[in-house]
Design a protein around this ligand. Structure first.
Ligand code: HEM
Length: 128
């Protein structure tokens, strides 16, 4: 039920907007992430807002426009090692703090994102 979803509870589209903007601001500056992302993150952020909306129980915006997420498959063309997963999660953790994501939901959401991030890993770190 949409009214009981974390999406609604944390502040809906407005909060997803703030969170994703705070997140990509960090991705753009992170030495382990910036090189594999496009210079212009506008479209990337738009898709991530759609995805997180449905991931958190809101309307299925991502699937309506792009079909099944198949996230691991969509990430295979990018080199993602444990280092990149850790960087992604640290940018997300900081973004959650910046936007003061509801502490009642933060840990659960972060745990789910951690599982998803580890699922995206498709190569070993070179120097670790
Ligand atoms: C797209 C990197 C984890 C969701 C992308 C793109 C890159 C990337 C380079 C393509 C950007 C573009 O061309 O616009 C990474 C890295 C991760 C990671 C390094 C570290 C583990 C995640 C996680 C999620 C996620 C955990 C889900 C919460 C998405 C979505 C897209 C995307 C929805 C757009 C896919 C599309 O093109 O339709 N990611 N990602 N990513 N990522 Fe990730």
């Amino acid at each position: 039920d949409i009214m009981n979803s974390p999406f609604t509870a944390i502040g809906g589209a407005e909060m997803i907007d703030e969170l994703v903007n705070a997140f990509y601001k960090r991705v753009a500056k992170h030495p382990d992430l910036a090189p594999i992302f496009p210079d212009d993150l506008t479209e990337t952020a738009r898709k991530q807002k759609q995805f997180l909306t449905q991931f958190l129980g809101g309307p299925a915006l991502y699937s309506e426009e792009h079909g099944h997420p198949m996230l691991r498959a969509r990430h295979l063309k990018f080199p993602i090692g444990p280092r990149q997963a850790k960087a992604w999660l640290s940018c997300m953790h900081e973004a959650m703090e910046e936007v003061s994501l509801d502490p009642d939901y933060r840990e659960g959401i972060f745990r789910r994102l951690t599982l998803t991030a580890h699922h995206m890993v498709n190569l070993e770190d070179e120097n670790s």
